[in-house]
Ligand binder design. Structure first.
Ligand code: SIN
Length: 281
């Protein structure tokens, strides 16, 4: 049973992004009023966090479906029996984790995922936090001159160099990342987008998947993108999430970057992720 709408509280994690939402049981059916409050918080804070949720994969899926269609990730190993839920796994004997570089999920798609919803299943005793950075702040803190230049530019995003056959994926990815033959799509997106939900402008490039600026050489692109990648990772634009089992976080892929810290050697971390379909930007 869902709790009363009035009991929802939204507590910011930092001044720029991230908020914990308390007073909601996501395993029950949300009322329209509750969902609307949660969606408002999502658009205001870009990363929303719910603690102590007891959700099975079907509950996780039901919550994701409130936001839209499911965008099934074609590279991550799915949870057994749940093809729409991706596993983000690191075993004690694995050295690499998934998502350790700053990135935006699915920016290589022509209609990038609106958001990702991660549920913590097994967390290490220490470490394994996720950092998020606000791309609204990244845009706002550029000079008006550079903002204007970027607003006239588009950039290419690709999955080939990360998930494709020549990505040189280390053996520790075996069993976690697959389908290299499906890493065929390159997508062109504006470098500055107007967010369809909040109406705010956000920088839309990321270090993992953005390859070059349209009409520019790779060398020319690297100079400007290198600056933007460093700028976007400014600690002042970030918040940090420490997970516990039962934590659910949803982040806005059009307004944030994230990176999963790989600082828990010899320990297990298992998360379930569902990505929600977006729209062309
Ligand atoms: C991801 O990059 O989607 C995974 C983030 C995490 O494991 O914290």
């Amino acid at each position: 049973m869902s709790r009363d709408f009035k009991s929802i509280s939204v507590n910011p994690l930092s001044g720029n992004l991230g908020a914990e939402i308390a007073g909601v049981d996501l395993s029950g059916a949300l009322t329209n009023a509750q969902f609307s409050e949660i969606r408002d918080a999502f658009h205001r804070h870009s990363v929303i966090v719910f603690r102590d949720q007891e959700l099975d994969p079907d509950d996780h899926l039901a919550f994701a479906r409130r936001w839209g269609e499911i965008n099934v990730n074609r590279f991550f190993t799915p949870v057994e029996g749940h093809p729409m839920v991706a596993e983000v796994r690191k075993e004690p004997d694995q050295t690499e984790n998934i998502g350790s570089g700053w990135h935006t999920d699915h920016s290589y798609d022509t209609a990038p995922a609106l958001g990702s919803i991660l549920v913590a299943r097994v967390v290490p005793e220490f470490g394994g936090d996720t950092l998020f950075s606000s791309m609204y702040m990244a845009y706002d803190m550029l000079s008006p001159g550079l903002q204007k230049v970027l607003e006239g530019l588009k950039a290419w995003h690709s999955s080939r160099h990360v998930f494709g056959p020549n990505a040189g994926a280390e053996t520790s990815r075996t069993g976690r990342i697959g389908n290299p033959d499906k890493a065929t799509q390159d997508s062109l997106h504006p470098m500055v987008i107007t967010h369809p939900g909040s109406g705010r402008k956000a920088l839309y490039v990321n270090p993992e998947f953005t390859t070059h600026i349209d009409g520019w050489s790779h060398e020319e692109s690297a100079a400007l993108l290198g600056y933007l990648f460093q700028h976007g990772a400014n600690p002042h634009f970030t918040c940090r999430l420490s997970w516990a089992e039962g934590t659910l976080a949803m982040w806005d892929n059009r307004a944030t970057w994230h990176c999963a810290l790989n600082d828990y050697p010899g320990q297990r971390r298992l998360m379930h992720r569902i990505t929600v379909e977006g729209e062309p930007l």
